[in-house]
Design a protein around this ligand. Structure first.
Ligand SMILES: C[S@@+](CC[C@H](N)C(=O)[O-])C[C@H]1O[C@@H](n2cnc3c(N)ncnc32)[C@H](O)[C@@H]1O
Length: 326
């Protein structure tokens, strides 16, 4: 995962396939050795080339996710990827065509929380997540967080999140206690994580070998099953104005997105920013996006109505480190 990639400027499909997999290999390096190796191998494999009609977006991750989905169901093995490609080509082709990448990474809540507290203080909140997937990050206030400056969240939380602070956070925001009055996620393909099928899908998009991520996901799924968040099946840019119109007038609306903008066309991103800019109420939008000179990282921004924008620093796109100036 990462920021937008440009492939295939007039190139042949094989060149686009190669470029897409080598780009993804760079992202997997140091995070999933198996995926990094497979990406390099798949870069020139014509069987893999036949699984997709184009190489825009995150097709390599969809192919790896489809393979992992089969492995998790006992239908294929990482020890014989050739057999999986030979026997399950049709399934993988359909998976790539129909299944968007569903990396619902709850560790991202650790890089979001300081920005939420900085932006909204101790207000009453109506929370809206765009591209929520199963909604694991929509439940951010139910988790416990560790930072060098202190902790935040219920002591008996089912999940405790920590990470690497490259820039030390101030203690001030950790004293804030916002209250979530309502929450809703918008996703064009929401995942019902309370079902076995939904849980398998989310696990399939955890990169193989990342045991800590998998364990964290399982704990988050358990917490979610106690009270799943409401999710609306819709396009985020289209639905956001309707959702905002239906919210009570009191409190602050906290809209956020991680890892959605890189899947949207520029006009959809612009529509969302315009909805935020023209909102006539107390509202903040916390978003991951392009970094400023830091490779393979997110630049984190806070948007407010009237076109006010604040660049607050960088974070890892799986939420393992942050570097903010708050
Ligand atoms: C990579 S996942 C990220 C999930 C979650 N935001 C996170 O950070 O863990 C991207 C999500 O965006 C959703 N998505 C993609 N395009 C969308 C659109 N146009 N409108 C709403 N959701 C969309 C996908 O279905 C998927 O759930």
């Amino acid at each position: 995962m990462g920021r937008a990639r440009h492939v295939g400027r007039g190139g042949e499909p094989q060149d686009e396939q190669r470029e897409a997999f080598l780009w993804q290999a760079g992202h997997c390096e140091g995070r999933s050795q198996l995926y990094a190796e497979l990406c390099r191998r798949f870069a020139g494999d014509p069987r893999v080339g036949a699984l997709a009609d184009g190489w825009e977006g995150r097709v390599p991750l969809q192919i790896l996710g489809g393979l992992n989905y089969l492995v998790l169901g006992g239908e294929a093995s990482w020890d014989d990827v050739d057999a999986a490609l030979d026997e399950h080509g049709e399934f993988l082709r359909r998976f790539v065509a129909e299944q968007p990448v569903q990396t619902n990474e709850v560790q991202r809540s650790w890089v979001l929380l300081p920005l939420f507290l900085h932006a909204v203080g101790s207000a009453d909140l109506h929370v809206v997540e765009l591209g929520a997937s199963a909604g694991l990050n929509l439940l951010w206030d139910r988790y416990r967080y560790r930072y060098e400056a202190g902790s935040w969240g219920p002591e008996d939380a089912p999940l405790e999140l920590g990470g690497e602070e490259r820039g030390r956070l101030p203690a001030g925001p950790l004293a804030e206690r916002p209250r979530v009055r309502s929450r809703v996620g918008i996703d064009r393909a929401p995942v019902d994580a309370a079902s076995e099928e939904g849980a398998r899908l989310l696990r399939a998009f955890v990169w193989v070998g990342q045991q800590e991520r998998l364990a964290r996901l399982d704990r988050a799924l358990e917490a979610l099953r106690a009270e799943p968040p409401p999710l609306v099946r819709a396009d985020a840019a289209e639905e956001l104005p309707n959702v905002l119109a239906g919210l009570p007038g009191d409190g602050i609306v906290l809209v956020f997105q991680t890892s959605l903008f890189e899947y949207l066309a520029e006009d959809a991103r612009e529509r969302i920013r315009e909805t935020i800019d023209t909102a006539e109420r107390d509202l903040v939008f916390v978003a991951s996006g392009r970094p400023r000179g830091v490779p393979r990282a997110w630049g984190m921004r806070i948007y407010r109505p009237g076109g006010r924008r604040e660049f607050v620093g960088h974070a890892d796109y799986h939420g393992t480190w942050l570097d903010y100036e708050l």
